[in-house]
Design a protein around this ligand. Sequence first.
Ligand SMILES: NC(=O)c1ccc[n+]([C@@H]2O[C@H](COP(=O)([O-])OP(=O)(O)OC[C@H]3O[C@@H](n4cnc5c(N)ncnc54)[C@H](O)[C@@H]3O)[C@@H](O)[C@H]2O)c1
Ligand SMILES: [Zn+2]
Ligand SMILES: [Zn+2]
Length: 363
Amino acid sequence: MLWEVGTPWTVEEIELDPPRQSEVRVELLAAGMCHTDDHYVTGDMAWPLPMIGGHEGAGVVVEVGPGGRRLAVGDHVILNYMPICGECPSCQRGRSRLCDRGAAMGTGLQISDGTARHHARGQDLHILCCIGTFARQTVVHEDSCVVYDADIRPEVACLLSCGVVTGWGSSARAAGIGPGDTIAIVGCGGLGSSAVQGARLAGARHIVAIDPVAFKREKAQDFGATHTAASLAEALPLITDLTRGRMCEAVVMTMGVGDGTLVADAMAVTAKCGRVVVTNAHPERETSINVSLADLTIMEKQLVGSVFGGANARADIPMLLDLYRDGQLDLDSLVTRTYPLEDVNVGYADMHAGKNIRGVLVM
Ligand SMILES: NC(=O)c1ccc[n+]([C@@H]2O[C@H](COP(=O)([O-])OP(=O)(O)OC[C@H]3O[C@@H](n4cnc5c(N)ncnc54)[C@H](O)[C@@H]3O)[C@@H](O)[C@H]2O)c1
Ligand SMILES: [Zn+2]
Ligand SMILES: [Zn+2]
């Protein structure tokens, strides 16, 4: 739980109410430690506190509330960080990552009736992204669940809640990369490593992985990067040389904390009609970026945002797990270390120290 900005996560007993209308109680097996949770600790992003963190998780349904339509006790579920109603205009247009149910998400309360199922120290608790996976059990709406086959290890299944799909999709969907293209991935943690694999699967010719940490650059090569650089500035002459000055069809930004002063550098390695995809989260207080908009007009360059990598959970999660089973997508190597729930702060310290592609809490 996070009680105040700037304080460590606490691990303590909570009270959990039974599921109400269309809700389920889930026993979590594993939860991934995405960088996004840390933005609420640093204050770069805000969520109502106190809250149970975590928005990557896989578990088993242990109780179904009244009116539940889609799930049964014993179902293995990946908890999706955006609920999907399937019926709103966004869902109907194939953009379930932008489901209108998301409008109620920021309250940190249940989307069914706006109340809390989680309580501690005599107070209602908020949950991150309608799920709050840094817990042994949680109660969520059935719309937050995607069923998966129980033979997949929970340590890797949980990464499909966010990091893997968002990273893969940033290359394959949001950037629209294709065979023969050149792509640069800026920041090679959990998302960037998956973006490298997305580019490889899409047939990119040159995949330039950019990260200041040598371990991340080495791992990126295992995931399919053809070249590496420690910074965008270092990548500029490399990409110029590789492409005879035509530069990258796409540049995917997956740094730990987005930095508006680097957007011009990203545009500089982008080709005519190329696309810079902003997947990393920028601090909410950052409202200006450094870029010449002439790049957009004269060169038809594009600067676009992406949530969940432009992917759709109920279609893309099963598809990516099939690619994992076939040996085409490496999920095992994304999990650098596992931790017990009590060591969540150690896991985030290791993330900051550049030791992990992904740290995973095993319940
Ligand atoms: N848009 C979305 O839907 C979505 C979903 C999940 C996460 N995110 C965001 O994506 C970002 C990445 O998340 P993650 O979990 O992969 O983080 P991470 O900490 O695992 O990886 C970030 C990487 O960026 C590298 N880095 C830091 N500064 C850099 C720089 N100047 N140039 C190049 N690389 C640099 C770090 O060394 C690290 O390897 C975070 O901002 C996170 O909040 C967005
Ligand atoms: Zn995430
Ligand atoms: Zn919807």
